[in-house]
Design a protein around this ligand. Structure first.
Ligand SMILES: *[C@@H]1O[C@H](CO)[C@@H](O)[C@H](O)[C@H]1NC(C)=O
Ligand SMILES: *[C@@H]1O[C@H](CO)[C@@H](O)[C@H](O)[C@H]1NC(C)=O
Ligand SMILES: *[C@@H]1O[C@H](CO)[C@@H](O)[C@H](O)[C@H]1NC(C)=O
Ligand SMILES: *[C@@H]1O[C@H](CO)[C@@H](O)[C@H](O)[C@H]1NC(C)=O
Ligand SMILES: *[C@@H]1O[C@H](CO)[C@@H](O)[C@H](O)[C@H]1NC(C)=O
Ligand SMILES: *[C@@H]1O[C@H](CO)[C@@H](O)[C@H](O)[C@H]1NC(C)=O
Ligand SMILES: *[C@@H]1O[C@H](CO)[C@@H](O)[C@H](O)[C@H]1NC(C)=O
Ligand SMILES: *[C@@H]1O[C@H](CO)[C@@H](O)[C@H](O)[C@H]1NC(C)=O
Ligand SMILES: *[C@@H]1O[C@H](CO)[C@@H](O)[C@H](O)[C@H]1NC(C)=O
Ligand SMILES: *[C@@H]1O[C@H](CO)[C@@H](O)[C@H](O)[C@H]1NC(C)=O
Ligand SMILES: *[C@@H]1O[C@H](CO)[C@@H](O)[C@H](O)[C@H]1NC(C)=O
Ligand SMILES: CC(=O)N[C@H]1CO[C@H](CO)[C@@H](O)[C@@H]1O
Length: 550
């Protein structure tokens, strides 16, 4: 699982006295999946909004997925699930996709009483070349006859919808570690424990398999059958992952991916701030590392069922406006995803739903939010571009340790040749440009924006003094910006070309730096922005204006 890379890099902050030296040590790098590291999780009740149906497909969402596919070689895999998968019952007479009823005492963001009709499954046909997991209802499925009947009724519908080479995996139950404690209402008594969960999970998944044998036997062939599980909400809840594994969760050897969920903190937790909570590298590391520590309790050698984040984002309870929807959250997303890759998380599904504050995009117009590409999406694009086309050239990602919590850096190496492909610096010092960081209006008392200079020693490999190295930037006016964000001069806004890439005329084209005689390379990175040194980019094409990085 771990590959050691013999590259030596020295990163020094040119504007400050601190010198980051990791000379004479090996960088530990990890290789994420070559397919779809950048993936999404879509709230079960919002899936029809995101994907559309046979009469009204959501082509805007598809354009945004194509952008990532064009960068990495694989469109994101979509996990359809979340809290609402465990509320959904099937109604064969319903002539539209989903009848959701809100109980504002429980949540104002998603319905907690849900019926789905046959047309719900049309949504799986709207995005070419995308693989999906479908989340079955365990909370009700293993609890009452209507729930069990829903399982029997929907396996044939889901498997037919996912019989076109578009099945990613199955899922049975969302965050069952919280079933007896859920703030949206407990669905199991306090005696709920690991072995009880395992017996219900095994019973239900055995039924799913039996139903597939009846309805879609081809989906039991050649390794297509498997689960992402147990989809626990986090580390240290009422049910524990190691004890669940010990209790025989994988007795049938059908768990293909060990899926766990993560949020850094909560939308309504007191004291949460952009700089103190999200744009803090140690907090991000600790949050991710807890899962690695837990995983190693099950697989001490780090090799076993691969570990993924099946659902994750910044702040649970759907994010907080002014934090989760800002450019700062996009920078957090880059740090979170690349750190995860560097410690062995194989794939990351960023969660979203209609009107969610942390969503990468809003798929339809509602009274609560305008349709459009949101700041976090630009972070997803930056991660995709940093990994590059991993189908053609799989990469290993290493964290380059820096001194401060407000900055981080990563290196991407070719997994095959160990050649250094790209380096990214994320400068997470906040910088406000709106009125008191509100996201609205313009600040009247702008201070100068600090540019920090980072120097890397790139000697010892194929990179030579005099080489031109392409620079790509993730930029916005400030960490509080919620619009006007660009990656490498491109906008993916809905208003411009329905989410397709549009190079802004006023953006810098073809920025590059030159490797110095001492084999170092320096790059200035403004506060609240990220920059990629792309050693694999054809800079002369850019300089001549004959090419673009897209
Ligand atoms: C991106 O990929 C899609 C689907 O493969 C393709 O139709 C589209 O032309 C590509 N767009 C760009 C800008 O490369
Ligand atoms: C099922 O759908 C039909 C048609 O819309 C409706 O009349 C019926 O009340 C629904 N049943 C439930 C349990 O919601
Ligand atoms: C398809 O989507 C449109 C737009 O959301 C909606 O009006 C229509 O009812 C949907 N059709 C079905 C069969 O769900
Ligand atoms: C939608 O669900 C609500 C709540 O269960 C129910 O009262 C209503 O009849 C349902 N509507 C349809 C068309 O099924
Ligand atoms: C919400 O809570 C209020 C106050 O406890 C209660 O009166 C009301 O019936 C609840 N609503 C629902 C839908 O449960
Ligand atoms: C599986 O669960 C269903 C529904 O709760 C139940 O009817 C059935 O007896 C269970 N089967 C086993 C083997 O426990
Ligand atoms: C069903 O849910 C109820 C309410 O939480 C609980 O008391 C009961 O034990 C559950 N039964 C099963 C089989 O999960
Ligand atoms: C969405 O808008 C409706 C209507 O204004 C409002 O009742 C509801 O609380 C809003 N939801 C959220 C999550 O803000
Ligand atoms: C502008 O100055 C005021 C008064 O000193 C201060 O309260 C506010 O936070 C400042 N705004 C920004 C964006 O720095
Ligand atoms: C930016 O604005 C936010 C919200 O008002 C504030 O908490 C933060 O301290 C400000 N940051 C800077 C660097 O001024
Ligand atoms: C660059 O162009 C875009 C799109 O036309 C515009 O929204 C933005 O304000 C411009 N930026 C600057 C710095 O002029
Ligand atoms: C992923 C894969 O190879 N799927 C194939 C499994 O086998 C069936 C038929 O047996 C094929 O249709 C699938 O394409």
């Amino acid at each position: 699982m771990r590959a050691q890379i013999a590259y030596i890099l020295v990163a020094a902050a040119g504007t400050r006295a601190a010198k980051y030296s990791i000379q004479n040590s090996l960088i530990t790098a990890n290789q994420p999946f070559a397919d779809a590291f950048v993936s999404y999780s879509i709230e079960f009740s919002s899936f029809p909004d995101f994907a559309g149906n046979n009469s009204v497909p959501n082509t805007y969402s598809n354009n945004l997925l194509n952008n990532i596919g064009n960068l990495t070689g694989t469109k994101p895999y979509i996990r359809v699930g979340g809290n609402t998968q465990d509320y959904a019952l099937y109604n064969s007479s319903l002539d539209y996709a989903l009848n959701g009823t809100f109980n504002y005492n429980l949540s104002s963001d998603y319905p907690t009483t849900i019926f789905i009709g046959p047309s719900y499954f049309e949504s799986y046909a709207q995005w070419p070349d995308v693989k999906f997991s479908h989340g079955f209802n365990l909370a009700k499925g293993a609890n009452n006859s209507a729930g069990w009947q829903t399982l029997l009724d929907t396996v044939p519908l889901a498997c037919q919808a996912l019989s076109h080479g578009n099945l990613y995996m199955w899922e049975y139950g969302n965050e069952p570690d919280l079933y007896s404690t859920s703030s949206q209402g407990p669905v199991r008594p306090t005696t709920w424990n690991e072995s009880w969960y395992v017996s219900q999970w095994l019973n239900g998944t055995q039924q799913i398999k039996a139903s597939l044998q009846q309805s879609c036997p081809q989906l039991l062939a050649n390794g297509t059958y498997g689960y992402l599980a147990p989809s626990f909400a986090g580390v240290g809840n009422h049910l524990k992952l190691p004890a669940t594994w010990e209790a025989g969760l994988d007795k049938d050897q059908d768990i293909t991916l060990l899926s766990t969920h993560n949020y850094i903190s909560g939308a309504n937790v007191l004291g949460v701030t952009l700089q103190g909570t999200l744009l803090n590298h140690s907090i991000t590391k600790n949050s991710v590392n807890a899962h690695i520590t837990e995983y190693e309790q099950i697989f001490p050698n780090g090799s076993g069922v691969p570990l993924i984040f099946g659902e994750t984002n910044s702040l649970y309870n759907e994010g907080r406006p002014g934090l989760s929807n800002t450019f700062g959250a996009a920078l957090w997303g880059v740090d979170f995803n690349l750190y995860s890759a560097s410690v062995g998380i194989k794939r990351v599904h960023m969660h979203m739903g209609t009107n969610y504050r942390y969503g990468s995009w809003q798929p339809i117009e509602t009274v609560n939010a305008t349709i459009g590409t949101k700041a976090p999406y630009y972070g997803n694009i930056a991660v995709a571009a940093f990994l590059g086309n991993t189908l053609k050239n799989p990469v290993s990602i290493a964290e380059i340790p820096l001194a401060d919590d407000t900055e981080s850096a990563y290196a991407a190496y070719s997994a095959a040749s160990s050649e250094l492909l790209r380096t990214m610096v994320i400068n997470m010092n906040t910088y406000n440009t709106t009125l008191d960081g509100s996201g609205l209006g313009e600040a009247t008392n702008l201070t100068a924006r600090t540019v920090r200079v980072y120097t890397f020693d790139v000697g010892g490999g194929s990179i030579q003094p005099g080489d031109l190295v392409g620079v790509q930037r993730l930029s916005a006016n400030g960490s509080d910006a919620i619009t006007g964000i660009t990656w490498d001069g491109y906008s993916f806004n809905y208003e411009l070309d329905e989410g397709k890439p549009v190079r802004l005329a006023n953006s810098t084209l073809g920025e590059y730096v030159v490797v110095k005689n001492d084999s170092t390379i320096s790059i200035g990175v403004p506060d609240s922005s990220a920059a990629v040194l792309n050693f694999a980019l054809n800079v002369s094409a850019l300089v001549n204006g004959t090419g673009g990085s897209w």
